[in-house]
Design a protein around this ligand. Sequence first.
Ligand code: ADP
Ligand code: MG
Length: 598
Amino acid sequence: MTEKTESPRIHLLDPATINQIAAGEVVERPASVVKELVENAIDANAGSVTIELALSKDTITSIRVTDDGSGMSPADAECAFVPHATSKISSLEDLHRIQTLGFRGEALATIAAVSRVTLTTKPRGSGGVPGTRIVIEGGKILETAATGSPDGTNVLVEDLFFNTPARKKFQKSKNTELAHIHELLEGICISHTDIAFHLFLNGNELLVTDRTTRPLDTIARLFGSEVTRDLVPVKASLPFITITGYVSRPALSRKDRARMLVTVNQRYITSQPVSEAIKAGYGTLLSKDRFPVAFLSLGIDTTLVDVNVHPTKKQIRLSREKEITDAVRTAVRDALFAHDLIPAVESPAIVRHLIPGPAAVNSYDFSVPPQAGVFELTHAGTVSTDKRLRQTELSIDSQPTYIVSSLLPEIEVIGEFGGIYILARTKQDELLLIDQHAAHERILYELVSGYAKETRPSQELISPVILHRTTKEAAVLRDLLPALAEEGFILEGFGGDSFLVRAVPVVLGRLEETTVIDEIISDLVSEEASQNVSNRERITRIVACRGAVKAGTVCTQEQCQRIVDQLRMMQNPFTCPHGRPTMIRFSRKELDAMFHRL
Ligand code: ADP
Ligand code: MG
């Protein structure tokens, strides 16, 4: 082999190229520029920050951020654009006690590397001394001059990505970019309610907040005062964490996680473990696919938080994550259960839509009598419902009474409707509509979950029940036999794909119709196992659902009263285990409004 002598292939990049590459990480899009500049203003202790965006055709052509913060001396102003120049930390140790949003000294250098920046600044309280103006383009200083300037700093960014065409092209439509900026500012406003923010687009005001000591004012400003009506305060303090803020009553839930705003040490962040902990605090108050609205600010010992995970610092790493998320979950749960969570009927306007107009009335056919059997109580039906209710009642009585006072007021049953809803009233002149199945399901659920592992009572069937399954189902079921046994279901193989059920949990009562067993096993084998829910929890929920009095079962007034009395003893009487409400309340005032009696 002959070796050719070539000039070396490896060489150092020039600083301009290095900065452009670094810009790829810090300055992804226009919103990143806004983020970095606003964070610098906050770090400079500004009391007011104004963001002005200019838009022409379909791109954001300039971003200006003005603050009334500390400002910079002429020397500092020039130094601010040097990569890794920062006034915020001086050593590695400082990283563990970061109180500022910035510390990497990268933002101004990288923004200036991919745009044209005009910085005007003057130190606060410097009197008649002139300020400094620096123009820098693609990393090269074009101009430095003394200039007249108010106290504080004003950074104008134009021609963003002029020298990185790929990124420029990559910019999404203006609406996407504006949405990013808007969302970012919501987070920043929430985490700094003590600063006034103004966002303008081509001179039009898009978002404004005032300086306030009441975070609720800021929330109302940003998300509407209707939202604040459905929030309950959260407050918890442990040696390594303080948690303050608001979470929504379950009635105000969403399909997505977009309204769960979390700040850690006044930094707006996204943290999946923390979001999950908030959701977990709702337990069965919300269904799997619904998410709460939450504004939580966590104060965590800075040594436990690593913000230096990514250049944008939106993600953080938490030491003692488990303890922190446990604290969040508990704080949310305690806050919820300290408050009345019965959803009120929505606005009268919505109810009006439910009342048919004249045209719709014609489509009702009043000539057909109600189906016999559905509305008439049969003696046999009453007796079997009675048995079911008694079963849970007895078991409740034998439970330790850890619930000292009920979260619900005293409730008096007035009647029932359609075998589905219980009509009731409270002493506070409220009308309640209670979902009979959901209520009983909640009762069974808490009862079964309340049993300690060793004492989940089982009851032998007088005659064992035979279940036939498909081969696939039988395989799933075989795997679940130990988990089922722990819950009180004693099943054994009965040749081929058949099983013999010898005993069931006591709460299912003295089963007369054994179809319930078949339903429970069917639910269990057909439902996909989820990682977040243990087998015990799944079985408990299914038993509660299948064991509860079914919708359509007409109950006597006395039976309804028993359901309601049992429900009042529950830890969470507000929702069924799937997160549906157990009751809806109409206050006298709301009813009066619906009838225009005001
Ligand atoms: P970092 O914020 O990580 O320190 P930057 O590149 O964003 O890095 O800013 C560099 C330095 O410039 C900051 O440390 C700060 O001293 C100064 N600076 C930047 N923006 C402002 C501002 N709006 N007001 C006062 N000083 C500022
Ligand atoms: Mg910065």
